[in-house]
Design a protein around this ligand. Structure first.
Ligand code: NAP
Ligand code: MG
Length: 502
């Protein structure tokens, strides 16, 4: 569905949507055991969308029990791979059929633009799920080298019951990055979406059930991090947790694991991603487009956002002129208007955090933007800072704020780029092949792009060096490693009687 509708058509869809509001446990919607609810709002307007079940430890226990039952009886974990694949592909077809509705639901709940939801989030989510579904019946196990009297098999088994704790910046896409490989592997999952953005995860769970993914295999428990995320992280019957979000919260999951059952933990965390532009970079108009897209796409609410522009002094003026011209095209407005590129920040709390950074310019110089609009939006903002020690160069802002740091050499550029506790993504623009390759090797980041800015695609692993990640990678065939464990089976073929073969 790459065709965009008009704003009026999107608004009509918004008015007719039936929003899910209960947790999805064991194949059906249920209110929280306590009966409690919390409001989810449209951050662009402040208008309440729905009251959502505010679950707690009791609901987590029930969801984990349902997931465990499903896993142990093999209704999904031991289903023929081709049948698992078919059910997941059917889910993709159901999602394609209601792609417009999912895009509108995502936009309303998160403040993201309908343009992004309709052209990236929804189609990419479906693509990711299809990619993992297609892999199910194409992964082979191994036979190890062993003596003639033995066969040593190295098999992958699903890890079991998995907790998936999600952020609010790409609610559908992060769901797909995690349930795609987890369900493909045969695991049963308990998803905890971010409280700000629960709607699409609930709808996908319902569609998955309709597609034939059995009850108990995909559960969604709604509620806050402390009421749902923590009990899931501490649960003795959860075998593994995969988390995306802030480094501070990610760190807690290691404690939860250490204090409970040593469950496996995979963390995808924050970033303060450098984008180096050397003096020999070609096609500066194109470079400017990449930098602006990297910095301001999804309002900068992106762990792999290009948040630090490290530019050689000799081309600083030529590049900044082009970047500012490009950034002026990124208009702020109603997220359901398909001509709008900058929507609302996800919540009042997050808006206040980003607005707080705009107060911290200090020694820096605002080159563009710097203001908030209507209490929910932030202008695309560019701030030049004297050096990498400035707070805007060190902390993950998660808003549309690009920090510019001029440098005098390749060596300085690499040193500044690596001077961060994070290591998620990095990029380097240069026409010099030696610098490009040396730079790509020297940058301490999980993904490095040369002459573009991005995070790769579903076929390549995504994750962080240093405090940007822990324990594994999302995406690519490598994501399946998170959700499987290795089983060695030795077969002894020797005949103790010593009789002849046969
Ligand atoms: P967060 O706290 O890391 O939230 C991520 C998920 O963890 C949410 O589902 C959250 O639940 C849950 N959670 C929160 N506290 C928890 C706890 N004590 N135990 C278990 N689970 C818990 O992120 P945030 O507060 O939404 O955003 C803060 C900052 O994190 C952002 O400003 C940004 O810098 C960073 N962030 C990074 C990414 C990324 O993709 N790497 C994504 C989002 C945010 P609730 O939110 O429902 O309470
Ligand atoms: Mg919301």
């Amino acid at each position: 569905m790459s065709d965009l509708l008009t704003r009026e058509e999107y608004e009509a869809i918004a008015a007719s949507l039936v929003l899910p509001c209960n947790a999805f446990i064991g194949g059906s919607f249920r209110p929280a055991a306590s009966g409690a609810t919390f409001a989810t709002v449209n951050p662009a307007t402040g208008v309440k969308l729905a009251e959502i079940a505010a679950c707690g430890a009791e609901d987590v226990d029930l969801a984990v029990a349902k997931a465990r039952e499903a896993f142990e009886d093999g209704r999904w974990s031991r289903l023929h791979p081709a049948e698992r694949k078919e059910a997941m592909l059917k889910l993709c077809r159901l999602m394609e059929r209601e792609a417009h509705e999912l895009a509108v639901m995502e936009s309303l709940d998160s403040g993201k633009t309908i343009y992004d939801c309709a052209t990236v989030d929804v189609p990419e989510t479906i693509h990711v799920l299809k990619w993992h579904a297609e892999l199910i019946d194409k992964i082979y196990d191994q036979v190890a080298p062993a003596s003639d009297d033995h066969i040593a098999m190295v098999l992958r088994e699903p890890v079991g019951v998995v907790g998936l704790v999600l952020p609010w910046n790409f609610p559908l896409l992060m769901l797909a990055w995690k349930i795609g490989p987890a369900l493909a592997a045969g695991c049963s999952v308990v998803v905890k979406p971010a409280a700000e953005t629960t709607l699409t995860a609930l709808r996908v769970a319902e569609l998955a059930h309709q597609a034939g993914i059995p009850a108990g295999v995909l559960n969604v428990v709604t509620g806050s991090g402390s009421a749902v995320g923590e009990p899931l992280g501490r649960h003795a019957d959860v075998d593994m947790v995969s988390f995306t979000g802030s480094t501070a919260t990610g760190r807690r999951f290691l404690h939860y694991s250490a204090d409970s059952n040593l469950k496996e933990v995979v963390l995808e965390l924050g970033g303060k991603n450098p984008c180096i532009v050397m003096d020999d970079a070609e096609h500066l108009d194109e470079v400017a487009r990449h930098v602006v897209n990297g910095a301001f796409w999804n309002m900068g609410e992106n762990c792999s956002a290009a948040s630090r522009l490290i530019v050689h002094r000799d081309i600083r003026d030529a590049l900044m002129e082009r970047i500012e011209a490009e950034a002026r095209q990124w208009n702020i407005g109603a997220p359901l208007d398909p001509s709008v590129r900058i929507g609302a920040l996800v919540s009042q709390a997050h808006f206040a955090k980003v607005a707080g950074y705009l107060e911290q310019v200090g020694e820096g110089r605002v080159l563009m933007g710097g203001r908030t609009v209507d209490g929910a939006f932030v202008e695309p903002t560019i701030v030049e800072v004297p050096d990498n020690a400035h707070p805007l160069a060190r902390e993950e802002i998660f808003g549309p704020v690009l920090t510019v740091i001029p440098v005098a050499s390749f060596e300085e550029a690499i040193a500044v780029a690596n001077d961060t506790e994070y290591g998620l993504a990095a990029s380097i623009f240069t026409a010099n092949a030696r610098r490009a390759i040396r730079g790509a090797r020297m940058l301490r980041a999980g993904t490095v792009t040369v002459n573009s800015f991005g995070e790769g695609d579903i076929s390549t692993p995504f994750g962080g060096y240093k405090q940007s990640g822990f324990g594994g990678r999302d995406n690519g065939i490598h994501a399946h490693d998170q959700y499987t464990q290795l089983k060695t089976i030795w077969l002894d073929l020797s005949d103790p009687s010593g009789s002849a073969i046969g």
